[in-house]
Design a protein around this ligand. Structure first.
Ligand SMILES: [Zn+2]
Length: 218
């Protein structure tokens, strides 16, 4: 159990440091530092905010994390986040599921959705091929994409992967292994996306241009 110092957490002798915080506080900070973009100072600030500044927010956060952890899974068709077998995008009858935008991560899908420039389907690979880091095809969500292509439900694959060596290698792998002998169009976005950059860091206008200006990939 974490209790406040009787004097003050801001008091010079009670200032938070590795020697003076409790074990539980230290463990909370360590867990927070594993989150993207959270360094030592940020983890300290967030932990103090939750425990001292706004402790009333803690139960809400814990409950939200538990519910999200229990309910959110991957869509069985596209790999997007879902609370059922299919995600809201795959279940949307207004979308043309025959054109599929292939992205690396859910964050890329969210960025494209936010831009409003794509009203068709998606497929989330959850990464890209990287032999240097030991990431092979079996580590990615590729088998279900192959199944979608084989079943004839896809007319066009739009490869919206990062504009770097690993992204290019993944595009070539997909074209070679998924579409050989199939009557399917494979296109690649790239217009306006900086070299080495990805979908996540592009603004909405650039994303729309990149999707509208997609070119045949071969
Ligand atoms: Zn889906």
């Amino acid at each position: 159990m974490i209790v406040r110092c009787r004097r003050s957490l801001r008091h010079s002798k009670c200032r938070v440091s590795s020697e003076r915080v409790t074990t539980a506080f230290e463990k909370l900070q360590q867990a927070l530092r594993k989150l993207p973009g959270v360094g030592y100072r940020s983890s300290e600030r967030i932990a103090l905010h939750l425990l001292v500044g706004k402790p009333e927010q803690l139960p809400t956060l814990i409950a939200a994390l538990e519910v999200a952890s229990a309910k959110i899974k991957r869509c069985s068709r596209c790999g997007n986040l879902s609370e059922g077998p299919l995600c809201p995008i795959c279940m949307d009858p207004k979308r043309d599921g025959r054109s599929v935008c292939v992205v690396e991560n859910v964050s890329d899908l969210v960025a494209i959705e936010r831009s409003g420039s794509w009203r068709c389907g998606y497929h989330v690979l959850h990464g890209k091929l990287s032999p240097l880091h030991g990431v092979g095809p079996e580590d990615l969500n590729i088998s279900s994409l192959l199944e979608r292509v084989r079943s004839g439900e896809v007319d066009e694959l739009v490869l919206a992967l990062s504009n770097d060596v690993e992204g290019e290698a993944t595009c070539h792998y997909l074209q070679e292994h998924l579409t050989a002998g199939k009557k399917i169009r494979v296109t690649r976005i790239g217009f306006g996306i900086p070299s080495g950059g990805g979908v996540l860091y592009a603004d909405s206008v650039t994303l729309k241009s990149a999707l509208d200006g997609r070119r045949d990939f071969n």
